[in-house]
Design a protein around this ligand. Structure first.
Ligand SMILES: [Zn+2]
Ligand SMILES: [Zn+2]
Length: 150
């Protein structure tokens, strides 16, 4: 975790229900966010899975709304979006503890495993420095096929 200090720190955006951009955390958005907080970091859900879980807890909400809400929470810096394959996305809670991990993703079933690599963080840091960029994050998504899908 020696490179974690370079990340922009996200400070409790839920405090007053308002984000720094002035976007409000409506009850609907809060519900989605709470779902991610309840399942904890390290879980990666698709929009369909989020939808199914909310329906189960008797929330009447359309899949289209879930898509919109997830996109917004990503923009607000509360969720992190992973691109699995064409059109396939998964979402996870963005927090300081999860900021510098990488993903091994099965392109067939979407199974996602996390791993850490100081080498990747170092490479990102060096590349940013060489080009005069201000680093925000270095994360690697490895697309692969899991043992169950071969
Ligand atoms: Zn992750
Ligand atoms: Zn698989």
């Amino acid at each position: 975790m020696s490179f974690s200090s370079q990340y922009q720190v996200i400070t409790s955006p839920l405090g007053d229900g308002l984000h720094k951009d002035g976007k409000r955390l409506t009850p609907q958005r809060l519900k989605v966010l709470n779902l991610f907080e309840n399942i904890g970091a390290g879980n990666h859900l698709s929009a369909e899975e989020v939808h199914a879980k909310l329906i189960k807890s008797s929330s009447k909400v359309s899949l289209a709304t879930i898509y919109r809400t997830l996109r917004l929470l990503v923009q607000m810096g509360l969720l992190h979006e992973l691109e699995i394959s064409e059109g396939g996305h998964r979402y996870e809670l963005l927090s300081n503890e999860t900021a510098d991990h990488h993903h091994l993703i099965c392109i067939r079933c979407g199974r996602t495993e996390e791993f850490e690599s100081d080498e990747v963080l170092k490479a990102g840091k060096v590349a940013a420095k060489v080009n005069g960029f201000t680093l925000i994050e270095s994360s690697l998504n490895v697309r692969a096929i899991c043992p169950n899908c071969i």
